[in-house]
Design a protein around this ligand. Sequence first.
Ligand code: UD1
Length: 421
Amino acid sequence: MDKLLITGGNRLNGEIAVSGAKNAALPILCASLLTPGTIALENVPALKDIDTTVRLLSRMGVQINRNGDHATTLDASQVHSLEAPYDLVKTMRASILVLGPLLTRFGQARVSLPGGCAIGQRPVDQHIKGLAALGAEISIEHGFVVAKAKRLKGAVIRTDMVTVTGTENLMMAATLADGQTILENAAREPEITDLAELLIKMGARIQGHGTDRIAIDGVESLHSAEHTIVADRIEAGTFLCAVGATGGEIVLRKAAPETMGATIDKLLEAGMRIECGTDWIRGSMTGRPKAVGFRTYEYPSFPTDMQAQVMALNTIAHGTAVIVENIFENRYMHVQELGRMGAKIDIDGHTAVVTGVPALSGATVMATDLRASASLVIAGLAARGETTVERIYHLDRGYERMEHKLRSVGANIQRITRETA
Ligand code: UD1
């Protein structure tokens, strides 16, 4: 298995181009199932999760062309399978996003239940409840969600909690339903707005995306469209945390700073200097960061997907930070590994208390999920000596060529591949 070898202590200086957002690209690729037309996408990130989605859609009969640099076209005019099998769904929970599109366009779908994952239970009951409210007959058979409906019927749906992929699945399903659907308590993440913008280009009638009440008027069919995926706010935030931990100055190009308010506010509070244009961010740091506490909530509050990275910054800060994780019940698996590098962190339920130390010391650590891996890389860049981050396949799911991007701004980081290990 690949690992990363990092020699800490280098300041980061230079420019990095931010990739397209994984969490926007995944639902957008699945949205191609809604039409026999062609969906032409730009800025699709080169990631493992994208490969998995492409494999999943290809197995269903979607013709997919990945045209070199981040351009992808999808043609779902000849879909021959309405099933998402367990072997793919288990590696990527977002596969559940094919459920709404398949059901609404073809009248049936069979999608494996994802099961648990490292960061918690993560059920899909709200997706199922919403589709049932739209008139689908749903049963669980042999570990699969089996859904049928001649044509979905618009309805008012209020999910019990705010769910990102749940909102996306229901929004996609409602585009071809008969009549109006209102999604109340909808998620407001920028990735949902990006998906809605693509759907509107395909002919969908959607209003209120970006708010907690989305209204969708069903249409008979959707058509071809072109779209450029929004920039990845979590990747950009991760690089800002890296420079916050090492010191130096980086400029992020092709960024979407307007989607990063809560993260940027925290990093300013930590002592970084941050300047933004419409599509760029300059972040710099001198000296040791200040401890910054935060609570994760749904967008536009502080994102759970940045919790681990800002925690890494806090491990070497002046002072003590209290962090509360409100979205997932088991998202502190990086804590033990950061502890192996000398971090002082106490966990009590959903709360972590981080007492900054003057320096971390390099160690061999193991990545346990995507954002936990990113926090270990940040810690390794700032630590004294060598850090080996093992099991980085998690990182490859969500960061495009992370070691190349970091090396281009002066980090001493190398991938050791299975063959050379
Ligand atoms: C998405 C993101 C993930 C991010 C998360 C929260 C994608 C592909 N992934 O995941 O990176 O960390 O949002 O911002 O976009 N829940 C239920 N029942 C459901 C659905 C959700 O109980 O049917 C719970 C979950 O267990 C969790 C909370 O609701 O505690 C929020 O989860 P949700 O927003 O659905 O996360 P994802 O969409 O899976």
